[in-house]
Design a protein around this ligand. Structure first.
Ligand code: ZN
Length: 865
């Protein structure tokens, strides 16, 4: 027993795996003025990079070892304060380097080492994309949330900001992009290589350090003012991409969107653009839409360049993506969260600000209608489940930070911020942000700092608001009820609040508008504060009984707003008859009806009738898209038997007829894409067949290559004899991704088996291909065929979490679970949840979030047979 004690003591002192909050706090308390001089060397076809790090930092106390983070493949020639350090003096413990106290000193310290780290097409901090057409390699880093230490030794936590200088030694023909401009031209290195040196950065957290290199080409944009070395200077904005994509580039528009939003944010925040350049790199195979690296935003190439006339959905996604990433240059990059528990702070603000800019710069976009249609639904879907979490999510270890990403942070946070902006007023909201950015520029801050700034600017106490909307989980289910007497006068009206999906019932602070539809067709509005579990609405008592009442018609508040049964029935008629003239109120009413079905309080057939009527007349592309997707969900998941068949046929016919008649002008492609996934009828398959071959009878339809693959996938799923061969031969150039995805739609056990194995193979294609492939693997109507993979997918969820990037694991869980709407599918998930009580909290939460929609589908089907 005694002999074991020293070993145990040592083990207690050693850091745990990953970056724990405790480790981060300890380091933050004694380490300051961090700087990294980093050198990397890369070759074409490299599967590993070699590099050198010179890390400097100031230490306030040397009584304890210093812990660095590193999980690369090799480390050599380590020195501490220029003295060689032995393996005992720099121990590798988990993904850390523990620096013994012997060679450390108070004040400035220098750690130097050579390191090696691996490069792969997927899953590594430095990623390679191999262009199948020309065999060229494109390299880019992606270090968020804490993957920098997979690449080089560092303090991988957001509140130890550092100055980075970078040297890149790469083949002479390559381009190189860093967070800052290069210092002059590259210098000759050994062999056929050149070394690029970049200016030192402003203070950045490790997750915002980035570089990209490879045969990228530059496109120069307008001059914009930047802050270089504390001064304002004009410099040229540059965009980097693969040469093969240059012809399709809408460069003027892209540069204008960046430049205009930079100017807008500068004015709005009262803080100039804080970094020394604004370049953007279009990365092929990039796993996210974009990543906001300071001064060098990396975008997914296919989010910004199109080989077809882009759809309204694609254009909106592009605008909001760009405005979101540019907002991060202030929110996230200039002022950074202290820890990833406040991840929402940067993401919520970037999305909220992104839509605010959209509303200002593209007034025709109906930004807040789009916000309701495209941002809020994903939040509501999670926030009504048992797996929901607060906007602020405590986090013990950055190894689990991936699980903090999701709709609560990206979709709920901006929605509650919009409510806060209305609550305290636009001037106070803006002033609060200005105070916050000024006070914490180039440093770190948390929600309490911003809350204090809002309270100061508005002169109001926001503690209850913060406790309920930011720090607490869930959302209110708000319901209205009213009674009238024999004379047709309202005798009472009340608004009740409960926690949607169960849970604690402390009411949320809530301000609400009501739109009241009178029997003569006119409307009137009322505003109420409904902070209590039950609030009486005095304003209606004694007035004539309304036809219907709609809560939250301007969509300012966040919550689930249910209808009373009379209003639900009447609003179905109003929407069918197109009598709601205000588009946002119509969208809110449509959502409320959708929620009524989800709560099994409205027959899904009534909802589908409304959706069908709206689709018959709707000519706004984005509203059409939202109505179509909600209506199809209802048909495919909530109706059964003959009802499902009939409505599927009616919608397929409607869409096809509208397309052929040229009625969907300007959004033919968007409608065609939806139609492909509905294709069962011979006449629809004929359209797919013609389109795949490059001919076609649909007026105005201009498909891209990915659409021809989609058409081929529809034929393949329908068992068309030539489809499989067609996919093999379709398209030239860099189309491997589309070919890979389309072939997954094949309705055979052999194909599903092959694909499923590939999804879990780390040597398979970029994970962005796989995430895009899951909806082909689960082609509509193939539920029976894919059901056996549900349990197998769940069993591999821990591997998926460990080996894939941030957004992959939740998408994996959701696609496999919600490809099904049957009791059989639900039984598989419930059995898994019951059997696996050892699942980590975050995985269990994601499962509970996703199974909710399946559970509701089964309940709706059971009630409305
Ligand atoms: Zn973001």
């Amino acid at each position: 027993m005694l002999a074991l004690i020293p070993v145990l003591l040592m083990a207690v002192q050693d850091p745990v795996s990953g970056i724990s909050l405790e480790l981060a706090r300890t380091r933050r308390a004694r380490i300051r003025h961090v700087g990294y001089e980093l050198q990397f060397e890369l070759d074409n076809s490299a599967r590993e990079t070699g590099g050198h790090v010179r890390l400097t930092f100031r230490l306030t106390d040397v009584s304890k070892p210093v812990v660095l983070d590193f999980s690369g493949t090799g480390l050599a020639n380590v020195t501490i304060n220029r003295m060689p350090a032995s393996k005992e003096e720099v121990r590798r413990v988990h993904d850390h380097l523990v620096l013994d106290t012997k060679k450390l000193r108070p004040g400035r310290n220098i750690f130097e080492a050579d390191f090696r780290s691996s490069i792969a097409p997927t899953g590594t901090p430095l990623t390679v994309y191999r262009d199948a057409t020309d065999g060229k390699d494109y390299y880019y880093t992606l270090l968020v949330p804490s993957d920098a230490h997979g690449l080089f030794p560092c303090f991988d936590q957001p509140d130890l900001k550092a100055i980075f200088t970078l040297l890149l030694t790469i083949p002479a023909k390559w381009a190189a992009i860093g967070n800052t401009p290069p210092v002059g031209a590259p210098k000759a290195a050994h062999g056929d290589k050149r070394t690029w040196e970049f200016h030192g950065t402003e203070a950045l957290p490790t997750y915002l350090f980035a570089f990209a290199c490879g045969p990228f080409v530059a496109v120069e944009g307008p001059e914009v003012e930047f802050r270089i070395g504390g001064e304002r200077k004009a410099a040229t904005m540059r965009l980097w991409l693969r040469a093969s994509k240059r012809a399709a580039l809408d460069k003027d528009r892209l540069f204008a969107m960046h430049a205009n939003s930079v100017r807008w944010y500068e004015r709005y925040f009262g803080v100039s653009y804080p970094f020394s350049q604004l370049d953007f790199v279009l990365c092929p195979g990039f796993p996210y839409g974009g990543m906001e690296h300071a001064g060098a935003i990396f975008y997914r190439e296919s989010a910004l360049v199109f080989d077809h006339e882009p759809t309204s959905v694609e254009l909106l996604r592009r605008s909001t993506l760009i405005y979101h990433e540019v907002a991060h240059q202030w929110f996230g990059n200039l002022v950074t969260m202290r820890w990833f528990d406040d991840l929402w702070l940067k993401e919520g603000f970037a999305t909220h600000m992104g839509y605010s800019v959209l509303a200002e710069l593209e007034p025709e976009s109906a930004a807040w209608l789009r916000f309701h249609q495209r941002v809020k639904p994903a939040a509501y879907r999670i926030d009504t489940t048992a797996g929901t979490v607060p906007v602020y999510q405590s986090l013990g270890n950055l190894a689990d930070a991936k699980s903090n990403y999701g709709a609560i942070v990206y979709n709920k946070a901006p929605a509650v911020l919009r409510e806060l902006e209305h609550r305290i007023g636009k001037p106070a909201f803006r002033k609060g942000m200005q105070l916050f950015l000024e006070k914490h520029a180039f440093a770190n801050a948390d929600w309490q700092d911003l809350l204090a700034a809002f309270e100061k600017a508005s002169g109001s106490d926001l503690s209850r608001w913060s406790a309920r909307w930011i720090l607490g989980p869930g959302m209110p289910q708000v319901a209205l009820s009213w009674r009238s007497d024999d004379d047709g006068k309202v005798t009472s009206c009340g608004i009740s609040q409960n926690a949607a999906g169960g849970g604690p019932t402390t009411p949320w602070p809530l301000r609400l508008d009501l739109l009241v539809g009178n029997k003569d067709g006119s409307t009137r509005s009322l505003s109420v504060t409904a902070d209590e579990a039950l609030t009486l609405v005095e304003g209606l008592t004694g007035s004539a009984a309304p036809d219907w009442i709609l809560l939250n018609p301007k969509d300012i508040a966040y919550g689930q707003f249910l209808l009373d049964d009379v209003s639900a029935a009447r609003l179905c008629d109003v929407l069918v008859a197109d009598r709601m003239k205000e588009p946002l109120a119509e969208a809110v009413a449509f959502t409320a009806l959708h929620d009524m079905v989800r709560e099994t309080r409205l027959d899904p057939r009534s909802f589908v009738r409304v959706g069908f009527a709206m689709l018959s007349r709707e000519r706004d592309p984005l509203t059409h898209s939202r109505v179509l997707s909600a209506t199809l969900t209802a048909v495919q998941r909530w109706l059964s038997g003959a009802d499902a068949q009939t409505w599927h046929g009616k919608i397929e016919t409607l869409l096809r007829d509208q397309l052929l008649a040229g009625e969907l002008k300007g959004f033919e492609l968007q409608a065609f894409r939806a139609l492909c996934r509905l294709a069962r009828d011979k006449r629809t398959l004929t359209i797919c067949h013609e389109l795949r071959d490059g001919s076609g009878s649909v007026p105005g339809l201009q498909p891209g290559i990915q659409d021809r693959f989609l058409a081929a996938a529809a034929l393949l799923a329908a068992g068309h004899p030539s489809a499989s061969k067609a996919i093999e031969s379709l398209g030239k150039g860099d189309v491997a991704k589309y070919r890979y995805q389309a072939a997954a739609a094949e309705a055979s056990v052999a194909a599903k088996e092959r694909y499923f194995a590939g999804f879990l193979d780390p040597k398979q294609p970029p994970e962005q291909w796989i995430s895009g492939c899951l909806s082909f693997f689960h082609w509509p109507g193939q539920g029976e065929l894919t059901l056996p993979y549900l349990e197998r997918a769940l069993e591999r969820v821990e591997w998926v979490k460990a080996n894939r990037r941030i957004f992959f694991m939740p998408a994996w869980i959701d696609e496999f679970i919600n490809a099904h709407s049957s009791a059989k599918g639900l039984a598989v998930v419930d059995a898994f949840l019951a059997k696996r009580d050892d699942l980590s909290v975050d995985i269990r939460r994601k499962l509970l979030q996703s199974v909710d929609a399946l559970r509701r589908a089964v309940a709706i089907k059971a009630k409305y047979r």
